[in-house]
Ligand binder design. Structure first.
Ligand code: MTE
Ligand code: MO
Length: 547
């Protein structure tokens, strides 16, 4: 190799230090992570400027919820129960964190451009997820894009400082030979300057980390909440009030599920990552599709109709045998049938589709809406406006149908349609089109693997909405089925409590099974079925330890 400096004679002009000395791995990972964090904080703040924008995490979560196979969703509900959404958000957050950290590593140690492109992809995924969210305007890409641009800016700044120093701070030295240099004073200087650079950059990073949580919190606090709208609501009394729930529907047995489920302990199942926030004063319900005259109702209009109060048990098709996705509440609302009659249902309509503000849809037969059962447009639950998580301000409740085909929360539209023209949300995911509730019974106490001895009260609930419960039987090990005592039935659309006093004898494991007979005389099947496609079946059984 020939070189101008190869002769080792006179010093030549100073040249810029080729300081592509790599940034440490830890620093690069941290920088990526914090840049990702900053992107989310900025996006959260930007999203708070419009009610139709959301945090990209929410929208990405929505895409995941919409697209994951049933089996995974089922698993998520089973594993995480009501925390499935939290689990999903944590999962997405973790994947994003890893991705951002890796991009930091790529950007500082491999290729600045690839790293930056990775950050851009990060923003585009968020933007894409937002665009695909039901009802979102094109501008919903904004939070993601601004967030990613900020992250890109931060990384650019750090990269300039650390990897390609320029300007007055640039380190120079006089190169005297192409031979490897022994360490000399100039390289010590270099290390010192470099250290100060790292310290400065560390401070920038720390600042960015603090800023991102600040921005995130600020964005959150600016977010519209329907809580104030809900607390302003004064529900009128029903014209048709329900009598107080009598004592005789309820056994005084420790561990049995209370007859009425409080709003706080009522199960929640929905696809919404974030609870939709609808204000009562701007609320509108549209009745449209195959009707003679489309109608709209404000929240006030609904309150001014004849209101009824009904005790109804709501159950989820995803409930496992022995599971707790069932609850009984006193619902306040107005009957659906007269509203449909006012709109004039055309004869070609055979499906009532309930649409939610978040794009979710239910669908059930027009015949069910009109057969005289109390299919209701609901505004109140257990004496309060609907809780935000349970559909504030308005939802549907239809006795005798699982929630997924009937109980649309955050209801904004009732469309008269046809089963051969429209598939509701879960039907598209291979769940059954129609789903009458299967007869089910559950042992609430004792708990599985409990230690018992002597007289032991076995108790629980059984349900078969619209048919009612006529009998419950208990079987110990492989003995005879024995009649349990039933609490009074409140009506045919609520669950019924049962109890059985057992003299627990014979040390060791014993099995307890339960089965119910519905109001038509049909005994609950022992055939095991998974929830998908139309509800679980089989007998609930537990093992207890007698001592
Ligand atoms: N908007 C909306 N409504 C919905 C759902 C949903 O995912 N989104 N889930 C349905 C299902 S599967 C059930 S079981 C019930 C549950 O109602 P809850 O959460 O008030 O118990 O709501 C129904 N209504
Ligand atoms: Mo459900």
């Amino acid at each position: 190799m020939t070189s101008t400096y190869a002769t080792g004679t006179a010093p030549v002009a100073p040249v810029r230090m080729p300081s592509r000395a790599p940034v440490s791995r830890i620093f690069a990972l941290m920088a990526g992570l914090i840049a990702g964090d900053l992107a989310l904080g900025v996006a959260e703040l930007v999203a708070s400027f419009s009610r139709s924008w959301r945090s990209p995490i929410t929208d990405v979560g929505n895409r995941v919820v919409d697209n994951v196979p049933n089996s995974v969703k089922d698993l998520a509900i089973r594993w995480f129960g009501e925390s499935d959404k939290v689990a999903l958000q944590i999962g997405i957050g973790a994947i994003l964190a890893i991705y951002a950290a890796v991009m930091g590593l790529v950007l500082f140690r491999k290729s600045f451009h690839i790293g930056l492109a990775g950050i851009a992809v990060f923003g585009l995924i968020g933007a894409w997820a937002s665009l695909l969210t039901e009802g979102s305007p094109k501008s919903a890409v904004f939070p993601s894009l601004v967030g990613a641009a900020t992250a890109g800016g931060l990384l650019y700044l750090l990269h300039r400082r650390l990897v390609l120093p320029t300007g007055p701070d640039a380190i120079t030295r006089t190169e005297q030979s192409s031979e490897p240099q022994p360490s000399d004073t100039s390289s010590t200087d270099h290390q010192l300057v470099r250290r100060s650079f790292l310290t400065g950059s560390g401070l920038i990073l720390a600042g960015a980390a603090a800023a991102s949580s600040g921005l995130y919190a600020l964005g959150r606090s600016r977010r519209y909440s329907a809580a104030s709208s809900r607390s302003d609501v004064r529900l009128p009394n029903a014209a048709d009030v329900a009598a107080a729930v009598p004592d005789n529907v309820q056994f005084d047995v420790e561990g049995i599920t209370p007859f009425v489920t409080s709003n706080q302990s009522f199960y929640r199942v929905d696809t919404a990552i974030e609870v939709p926030q609808l204000a009562a004063d701007t609320y509108e319900l549209a009745i449209n599709g195959y009707v003679d005259e489309p109608l709209t109702f404000s929240f006030e209009d609904l309150l001014n109709r004849e209101l009824i109060e009904r005790d109804i048990t709501l159950t989820c098709v995803s409930n496992q045998v022995g599971g707790n996705l069932a609850g009984t509440a006193r619902w306040l609302g107005t009957l659906l049938a007269p509203i449909l009659e006012e709109a004039g249902v055309q004869s070609k309509a055979d499906q009532v589709v309930g649409r939610s503000s978040d794009g979710y849809t239910c669908g059930f037969p027009v015949d069910v809406a009109m057969d005289g059962r109390d299919a209701m447009i609901v505004v109140g639950m257990n004496g309060e406006p609907l809780p935000l998580e349970h559909g504030f301000p308005v939802r549907l409740v239809v006795p005798g149908l699982y929630g997924y085909v009937s109980a649309t929360k955050w209801l904004t539209e009732i469309e008269l349609s046809r089963f051969d023209e429209f598939d509701h949300y879960w039907r598209r995911r291979t769940w059954a089109v129609e789903a009458p509730i299967k007869t089910m019974s559950r042992i609430d106490t004792p708990k599985g693997l409990a230690r018992v001895s002597g007289t032991t009260t076995i108790a629980g609930v059984a349900w078969a909405q619209t048919r009612g419960i006529d009998a419950v039987e208990v079987q110990i090990d492989d003995g005879e089925w024995q009649q349990a005592e039933l609490a009074e039935a409140l009506n045919d659309v609520t669950w019924r409590q049962w109890r059985f006093d057992w003299d627990a004898k014979g040390a060791g494991q014993h099995q307890i099974r339960v089965r119910a007979t519905d109001g038509t005389g049909a005994i609950q099947t022992a055939d095991r079925a998974e929830p998908i496609p139309d509800g679980a079946s089989g007998h609930h059984q537990i093992v207890v330890l007698v001592s």
